[in-house]
Write a protein that binds this ligand. Structure first.
Ligand SMILES: *[C@@H]1O[C@H](CO)[C@@H](O)[C@H](O)[C@H]1NC(C)=O
Length: 467
């Protein structure tokens, strides 16, 4: 961070009134920085996954919609499908019908070489819509039912050759009250061991096993985490990735920057090594807009963590619209087409198609409310910024301009693109708007310019030519 350096060093005035505004309103903790000298590798579009959002009919959403955002991670297993596809607790036929939906979505994912996560709770039928009093694995000490379920899941995976890029979430969000589990922690841990050992012996390491897949992020006071870590250490049932969800609120704990050091210290306390992290649900509905998505992209890219957008639609809409990136004229008709992109989609498309070259290191603002993701291509530097449901003034500082062949002082022409969220999640929005070029004078090998955030959803990309 550049805390010790007065923020106006290297700062360029857009106009006198901008400068006045900034001096009055801006503090050092509202600066997001880009370091052009720190190459962090080839873009892998770590944020271009989403849960559900794929119709059962192959090709219903045209391929280009997936391809243009670099779709690379799916997760689905028939949640909320109606009778006769309600899952295991409604009998074998309803299980098989629900499993077919997982297979169809897996096939779509494979079309794009995307990884895919199977959810055991949804195959069971515990998808949040199950009737009160529904049976769960191990209820009344009966594990036969769960074992028989496992046999059928394994048979389904084998007979459909679901072996490429597949992971299994052993259970989704057991800690989310009674939405997906009956709330009993010990029973969950017993199931974890049985599920882990049975699936591991069936598939070896061909299929990854994900856990604990909690709604809550790792915290030393969260007993779902502490008991889980103690158990996997003692029984050697260690998941292939540590998985949790970041769908809380705009809170420091709903942030990888907080979570990762805490997880690392909890792992070492339990004598466990690190593993990859996957956030297989990220973002609340209000954050699924250009600003929020760019903020999440910045975070996931910085920590090299694959992330899948959460999905806040239900019923047949849960199985459509690529987790609120698309809409169509007749949304209640599950098989209707005529898809169009919303403003949020345009951020992911720009991230995938335009932000080429190599990634460079960025830092989020100290207040954690503004962040940036940046790439250096053969033609341009591209910086995507995103705020976390905020209005106000922030600043971008780009350091080490000489790394891209620019002089250490001079004037730099920066183009601004605006990503609007017109019409919200159901709006029909095309490419971002070119707001034109502003010439920024700079010195000290560093240029700074303001972001005026007047609403909580719109966001921006800044581009300038490399020399
Ligand atoms: C992104 O790339 C496309 C294809 O080259 C181009 O048409 C579009 O103008 C670019 N968008 C921005 C914001 O640079």
């Amino acid at each position: 961070m550049r805390l010790s350096i007065p923020f106006f060093i290297g700062f360029t005035l857009v106009s006198l009134s901008d400068a006045t505004t900034l001096e009055k309103r801006q503090t050092a903790n509202q600066i997001t920085t880009v370091n052009l000298a720190d190459n962090t590798g080839t873009p892998a579009h770590l944020a271009s996954g989403f849960i559900y959002g794929i119709p059962n009919t192959l090709g219903q959403i045209p391929n280009s919609f997936y391809q243009n955002i670099g779709f690379n991670y799916g997760r689905a297993s028939g949640a909320q499908l109606a009778e006769p596809a309600r899952g295991w607790i409604f009998g074998l036929t309803e299980f098989k019908n629900r499993f077919e939906s997982a297979v169809a979505n897996y096939d779509t994912a494979r079309t794009f070489n995307a990884k895919f996560v199977i959810l055991m709770n949804d195959l069971w039928g515990a998808d949040g819509t199950q009737p009160a009093g529904s049976v769960f694995p191990g209820d009344d000490g009966d594990w036969d039912n769960y074992n028989s379920f496992l046999v059928n899941v394994i048979a389904g995976i084998n007979s459909n050759n679901m072996f490429t890029g597949v992971a299994i979430d052993i259970w989704n969000e057991p800690d989310a009250g009674t939405a997906f589990w009956n709330g009993n922690q010990e029973q969950w841990l017993t199931m974890w061991n049985m599920g882990y050992e049975t699936l591991r012996s069936a598939f070896g390491t061909t299929i990854e096993l994900f856990g604990p897949t909690l709604a809550g992020a790792p915290e030393t006071t969260n007993t779902w985490w502490t008991t889980f870590l103690a158990q996997i250490a003692s029984s050697n049932t260690i998941p292939d990735a540590y998985v949790w969800h970041l769908e809380g609120s705009v809170h420091p704990n709903d942030d990888l920057q907080t979570n990762i050091p805490i997880l690392d210290s909890m792992l070492s306390q339990h004598g466990l090594g690190t593993k990859p992290i996957v956030i297989d649900e990220y973002g609340v509905f209000a954050e699924q807009c250009p600003g929020g998505s760019a903020w999440w992209i910045s975070r996931l890219e910085r920590f090299n963590v694959p992330g899948l957008r959460g999905n806040w639609l239900s019923g047949t809409e849960l199985h459509d619209f690529m987790a609120s990136l698309l809409w169509k004229p007749d949304p209640t008709d599950a098989t209707a087409t005529g898809y169009f992109t919303n403003g949020d989609y345009q951020v992911y498309q720009y991230y995938n198609l335009n932000m080429t070259g190599h990634r460079v290191a960025t830092t989020g603002s100290i207040d954690r409310l503004m962040d940036s993701y940046a790439t250096v291509g053969t033609d341009k530097v591209r910086i995507l910024v995103g705020g976390r449901q905020v209005t106000g003034t922030w600043q971008v500082t780009v350091d080490s301009l000489s790394t891209v062949g620019l002089p250490t002082s001079g004037t730099l022409d920066i183009t601004t693109w605006q990503f609007s969220f017109t019409g919200s999640h159901t709006g029909d929005v095309g490419l971002p708007t070119n707001l034109g070029v502003v010439a920024h004078t700079y010195s000290g090998n560093s240029v700074s310019f303001p972001i005026f955030q007047t609403d909580t959803t719109t966001t921006w990309a800044f581009e300038f030519n490399v020399a």
